[in-house]
Design a binder for this molecule. Sequence first.
Ligand code: SF4
Length: 494
Amino acid sequence: MTQSAIKLFQYPESLKERFLQTSDIEFRYSKTVTPEEIWHFMTVDAPRRYPYAYEVNPYFRDQISADIGFLTGIKSRYLRLSLKDRLLNAHENGVPIIFTQGGQTFEPYYTAGGIPLRPGLISRFANDLTEGQTVNELGNSRKEKLEFGNKLISTESCPIVGAHVTAQRGIVPVDLVAPYLCLRCSDKQYLVESYRNRKNVEAYLNPASRGPYFKENIPLMLIDYPIDQQNEKDWAIDYLETMLRNLTAKVSELSGKEVNDQVLAEEIRYENKVRKLTQNIVHLWWNAPVPPTNSSDFVGTSNTSAGLFRIGNEFSGDPNGAYSVLKDACAELQERVRNGVKGVGVADDPVRIYICGPAATESADPGHIDRVDGVVVGKDDQWSEISTLVDEGGNNPYRNLARAILSFPMELPTEERAAWTIEQVKKSRADGLIFTHTWGCNFQSSVARMICDIVRDEAGIPVMDTGTAGGGPSLLGEEQSKTRLGAFIEMISG
Ligand code: SF4
C-alpha cells in the first residue's frame, strides 16, 4: 500500500469536551499533563509521529481500540505513545534504564531511582525511536531486529532475543541488565550471558549495526531465585533478601539515589496501592453482568502494552502515571457497570476466555477474540503479580518482598499453579482456557499440557494448548492461530 493510500483513524472532536473534564496524569519522572495536553498529543502529535498506531489496517500491530467512548482508553494509549519521550527525558536527567524480565516485582528498581523495562517495553521504546512509520515499516524494522538476534545469538530463542540485541547494539539506552532468574523463563539466562560474548561485540564494530547508545560493556546482574516451593523456607528468603539488597545497591550506584529500608517500605506501600486498585478494577470487570470493555482495553496483548491489566502490572515506565490512569479507569468502569454499558465490539453473550502463558499472545490482534464472539477475561502472566500483595508490617521490607516474590502463583510448582488457575477461572467466570506459548519458550510449553489437563478435569471447562509465533513481526502463523481460536470459541458456544 502506498503511503498516500493509507487511512488514519481520527478521534472525533465530539469526544473532546467530555475528555477535557477528566483528570490530569501525574508522573513521577516527568511533569504532570492536563487532559488538554493529552488530547492535543493524541489528536495532533501522535498521528504524525506514530501513524502505525492510527492506521486503519486489518493487520493489527498496535492500533487504537475500537471503543473510543471509553475515555480512559485514550489515556492508556497516551501512556503507551508518550513512553519514548518520557524515557529519553528521564534518562537525560540521569535516571538509569534497567532491562528486566516479565512478571517480576519492580520495587527494588524504582526504590533505587531507576526505571525497569521488561522486554516488551524495550521493544516498544526502540520501535518509536524512528518516527513516521506505517504498520508495514514498523513490522519490517521489528523483523530486522529479531533476525539480527536470531543470526547472532540463537534461532532457538523466543522473540526476546530481539529486545536483547536492541540493547546490545545500543539502539536504546540501557544502563544495567538485571532480570530475575525466575522459573517461568527458559531464555533470559543465556541472553544475559550473550552480552559477554566477544564475538557479539565484534558484530557491532560495523557502525551500521549500532545505535546511538552503543557501549561495549553494559553492566550485568542476575537476581537468583530459589524455585520449587521455597516461600516458607528461611534460607530461601534470606538468600533472595541478599540478592535484592545487592540489586538496590547496584541501581543506587548508577542513579546516585540513597536507599535504605524506609525508602523500600514506602515504595512497597505505593506499588501495593497500584496492585489493590488494579485488583478492584479486575473484580469489578469480572463481576459485571456484561463485559464493560472489550478485550483490547481490558487486557491488551504484548503488542499493545496498553490494556488495564498491563498498565497495572508494567506501569508503562512510571508507577505514578499508571496509578493516575487506573484511578480514572476505575471510576469510568463503575459508571459503565452501573449503567449496564457493554464494551464496543463485544458480542451479546460472549464466550469468556482465560489466557495462560507469559508474554505469548493468542493472536497479535486483541480484537480478534471479540470478533469471533469471545472476550478475554484475564491473563495469568500479569495477574500472578498483581494479585500478590507484599506484607507492609515488621521492620524488614526486603524480607517481606522476598517472601512475596517467592509466592507468585505463576512461579510455584505446576500443580499449585494449576490449582490457583482453577480459582481464577471460577472467579472470572471463564467458559474456556487457552494456554499459549511462543516459539522458544521451553518451560511454558512443557507445563502447558499438564495445566490444561488439570483445569479441564477439575474445573470442567474446555481447554486449548497452543503454540504461537508470539505475535512476532512476521505475523507468522497468525491466520492459523485465528482459525484455531475461532473453532475453539465456536465449539464452546455450541
Ligand atoms: S516468552 Fe518464555 S522464554 Fe520468552 S521471555 Fe517470556 S518466559 Fe522467557
